[in-house]
Design a protein. Structure first.
Length: 233
């Protein structure tokens, strides 16, 4: 079966956004920020909704009454993130911009899907083409929507496929987080893991069909011809 569309996660795939740093900085007064490692961020926080990510991080850190503390921690993280974006900005990964340009030039339908409520505003700050931004490159953006469940539930990716008008089993999802790979697989989609943090083993462990260190490694015709599609769970 040929792929018909691509769906991209945003943080860690398209943008080197300061989410991880914001989660770490917001721990002051709650837990030791030094214990919040990159591995913990990828395994327990990345790809999840803000509230789910906050609770998951607090549980991993052994913070008592994590459910009660999660709301305040999530709010503190958002304040830290807004401060970091305002003072330092957001950087896009050059390999991601190159792949997006290639897909657009070839006429592929592409969507951006992120649980982050900040994703769309961050993409609007990245110039892609003269007069256009990274946000403008996508036919569909499903970012920060109020969905019943976050990743690893497939809802966000199924919604992106529906808004693209493409069967989910003919979509490929590009993700950097294990929770995102699990969500795509649950929706019956092909998966491409991006191991920017030397975490290829973690992506493969949850079932990523292919893993690359850079999106410059992606050979679009070869992928489209050889990907095996999975039935939706």
């Amino acid at each position: 079966m040929r792929l018909d569309a691509w769906i991209f996660d945003v943080d860690g795939v398209l943008l080197a956004s300061p989410h991880e740093r914001a989660w770490r900085d917001a721990l002051h007064g709650i837990a030791d920020p030094g214990r919040f490692t990159t591995a913990m961020y990828q395994a327990d926080v990345a790809g999840r909704s803000r509230r789910d990510g906050a609770r998951s991080a607090l549980v991993a850190l052994g913070v008592p009454d994590a459910d009660h503390v999660a709301q305040a921690y999530a709010a503190a993280k958002q304040r830290c993130l807004e401060h970091l974006i305002g003072t330092e900005g957001v950087v896009a990964f050059p390999d991601a911009l190159r792949l997006v340009r290639r897909l657009r030039a070839d006429g592929w339908p592409i969507a951006a899907a992120s649980s982050s409520r900040n994703a769309e505003s961050m993409m609007r700050t990245v110039a892609l083409d003269p007069g256009g931004t990274l946000f403008d490159a996508f036919a569909v953006t499903v970012c920060g929507r109020d969905l019943p469940r976050g990743k690893p539930d497939p809802g966000i990716f199924l919604l992106a496929a529906a808004e693209l008008g493409v069967d989910p089993t003919r979509c490929i999802v590009v993700e950097d987080a294990p929770a995102g790979i699990a969500a795509a697989l649950a929706g019956g989609m092909a998966t491409l893991g991006v191991a920017r943090l030397d975490d290829a083993d973690g992506l493969r462990a949850v079932g990523a069909e292919r893993v690359v260190a850079s999106l410059d490694e992606v050979l679009i015709p070869e992928w489209a011809a050889s990907t095996k599609h999975r039935p939706a769970a």
